[in-house]
Design a protein around this ligand. Sequence first.
Ligand SMILES: NC(=O)c1ccc[n+]([C@@H]2O[C@H](COP(=O)([O-])OP(=O)(O)OC[C@H]3O[C@@H](n4cnc5c(N)ncnc54)[C@H](OP(=O)(O)O)[C@@H]3O)[C@@H](O)[C@H]2O)c1
Length: 248
Amino acid sequence: MAQRVALITGGGKRIGAATVSLLMDNNWFVIIHVRTSVSEAEEILQAFEQKNGAKAPAEILQADLNSDEELAELIQAVLKHEKVKSCGGLHALIHNASIYSSKDYEVVLLEELRLNNRLHLEVPFLLTQGLLKPLRSAQGCVIGMVDTSLGRAWKGLSHYTASKAGLRQLMMNLAGDLAPDIRVNCVAPGAIIAADWESEHFASLLEKIPLGRAGEPLDVAKAIMFLADSSYLSGQTINVDGGWSVSP
Ligand SMILES: NC(=O)c1ccc[n+]([C@@H]2O[C@H](COP(=O)([O-])OP(=O)(O)OC[C@H]3O[C@@H](n4cnc5c(N)ncnc54)[C@H](OP(=O)(O)O)[C@@H]3O)[C@@H](O)[C@H]2O)c1
């Protein structure tokens, strides 16, 4: 199969890094967006090169997505990218960049809600809009990284869960708006890798998961690649959560 091109936001570490490696192993060229994790992204490329003895099929682009200017520059860099032009467009756009913090609703600031909305909702809205042309020419797909919080109450996470619900609905709406040229889906990880502040809480969560353990970043990466490869899937969300979302 001819080489396909993906852009992943926040691809330098954790779930993003596992996704980059899996895509490269499967002959994708990956545009890896990072904000600060340049050296971590370079290590992914070095690991690929050591394993395969060949140059990694990837390029790292840096942008703070809170900045309108840097978001616009990222869009321009992807539109002009030599691989996007030579491979027939952009085959997958993965909205992975995220922030995650806990704060009681009584004290959480409007500024924090706005930052969550910016990264989880505004940026996917604007980035998808800016990249419609290469997505259309490749008959590509968009994948939003949401989570398993939808429809449930999570203490201290109102600012985060509300913004991820917005992303999920945006993706479902675009599955209709952008059809038939572009497929749009979501992946909803459960407990995969704890944030620094939640390691104790994370251990207690695992008791509620039917499969009895945390997932691996590779489990999530496989779901992303499955959606990218599945030409008749649109408007779907895959929960990668060990059965958590259906447990009582
Ligand atoms: N980890 C889990 O168990 C879990 C559970 C449920 C859902 N998810 C979802 O799955 C996805 C991946 O999870 P993760 O834990 O691997 O993500 P993460 O480490 O929390 O975040 C991914 C990347 O987002 C980037 N980012 C943050 N603020 C940014 C900004 N202003 N501009 C540009 N990039 C920014 C960071 O890039 P730099 O490092 O380059 O600064 C970071 O590495 C996320 O969307 C997350 O919500 C994860």
